[in-house]
Design a protein around this ligand. Structure first.
Ligand SMILES: Cc1cc2nc3c(=O)[nH]c(=O)nc-3n(C[C@H](O)[C@H](O)[C@H](O)COP(=O)(O)O)c2cc1C
Length: 337
């Protein structure tokens, strides 16, 4: 997810789940071929399994970028056929590629010929007002013939005119049944459902119909939810038992990051972890302190101490108030008895 799932974010998520597959932000072929490759491609070894998502449409460029992905050690290269932004449409890639399945098939084939890591596609169920199932079925069929075996389907249309990218993630209705139908029609393919999934129960329910579930916004905003995924969905022990443990490991990472280069600063990494204590007493204070400009020049461990003290202070206050309330209620019921 652009601006969200950078290497810091992915490293943070790895403290919560080891088994899930993580995806980079979309990187355009132009940025990779003509820009700073290391800046776009470097990642931390603990991020595996990690997929590089490409934005582009020229088969030769896609093949060259897939090669880079493989050389850099990515586990998968994914082609974006779902982004509706105007900038991306001007570049003639993203969701508008769904109208050009032959070009996507050529791109997939060129990438597959260039690398041995899996080449996958992320797409929508349709574009604009095309609502028929046949459209997405024929798209998947044609790309599968070019050798793609894994499809990640954001289960709503992309409306290419009149909606912002944000609205395009909210307004076109979700139609999970189309993705289920794809799995029934293409049982040999791996179908991963995406869009609007919030709870572990919803993930479990979708796994009755498809091979995998991709979770975007919910995982980013409520990262602690991921802590039970390894046990629940992969049958392996969870990597962390407590938020304190995750915070301690994350702090070590922030310190390593700050020490890694003279210009490296921790706030750009820490912004992805601000949801760690969500739902717990004191989480708002904790978040406020980590986001407070006056602390940005301090070492991360110093900020962590202030933030933890503040969080525990609020938590103690909340606990005290709850105890007082219970005592008052007990007093009232003792009097009533
Ligand atoms: C801030 C943001 C950036 C996104 N960037 C990308 C992207 O680079 N590539 C992509 O395929 N989808 C991107 N998406 C879409 C998500 O991957 C996902 O398809 C969409 O949010 C629906 O899933 P969700 O309801 O689980 O979030 C982005 C979403 C958000 C909120």
């Amino acid at each position: 997810m652009l601006d969200w799932t950078d290497r810091h974010c992915r490293t943070f998520h790895r403290l919560l789940t080891r088994q899930t597959r993580l995806y980079t932000e979309m990187v355009t072929t132009g940025a990779l071929l003509h820009g700073d490759q290391a800046r776009h491609l470097d990642f931390n070894p603990e991020e595996h399994q990690v997929a590089l998502q490409l934005g582009g449409s020229e088969p030769a460029d896609l093949a060259a970028c897939a090669k880079l992905a493989e050389q850099w050690g990515y586990d998968e290269v994914n082609l974006n056929c779902g982004c509706p932004s105007e900038r991306v449409q001007r570049g003639a890639f993203g969701a508008c590629l769904m109208a050009e399945p032959a070009l996507v098939a050529d791109g997939v084939k060129a990438m597959r010929d260039a690398v041995s890591i899996p080449v996958t596609v992320k797409h929508r169920i349709g574009i604009d007002r095309i609502e028929s199932y046949d459209f997405v079925r024929d798209f998947v069929g044609q790309i599968a013939e070019a050798g793609c075996e894994v499809f990640i389907v954001h289960a709503r249309n992309a409306w290419l005119q009149g909606l912002s990218p944000k609205e395009n993630r909210e307004i076109p209705p979700l139609r999970y049944e189309l993705v289920h139908q794809l799995k029934r029609d293409f049982p040999a393919l791996t179908l991963v459902l995406n869009g609007g999934i919030k709870t572990d129960e919803e993930i479990a329910e979708q796994l009755q119909h498809v091979d995998g579930v991709m979770v975007g916004r919910q995982a980013y905003h409520e990262p602690w939810q991921m802590v039970d995924w390894d046990r629940r969905f992969f049958g392996t022990p969870n990597p962390a038992l407590s938020r304190e443990q995750v915070e301690a490991d994350w702090l070590l990472y922030l310190e390593r990051h700050v020490a890694s280069a003279p210009y490296a600063s921790w706030p750009q990494a820490m912004r992805h972890a601000l949801g760690l204590w969500n739902g717990q007493a004191g989480s708002r204070r904790w978040r406020q302190i980590w986001s407070d400009h006056q602390y940005k020049t301090l070492a991360p461990r110093a900020v962590a101490e202030i933030a933890t003290q503040a969080r525990i202070g609020v938590a103690a206050h909340v606990a005290e108030k709850a105890a007082e309330k219970l005592a008052a209620e007990a007093g009232v019921s003792a009097t009533a008895a």
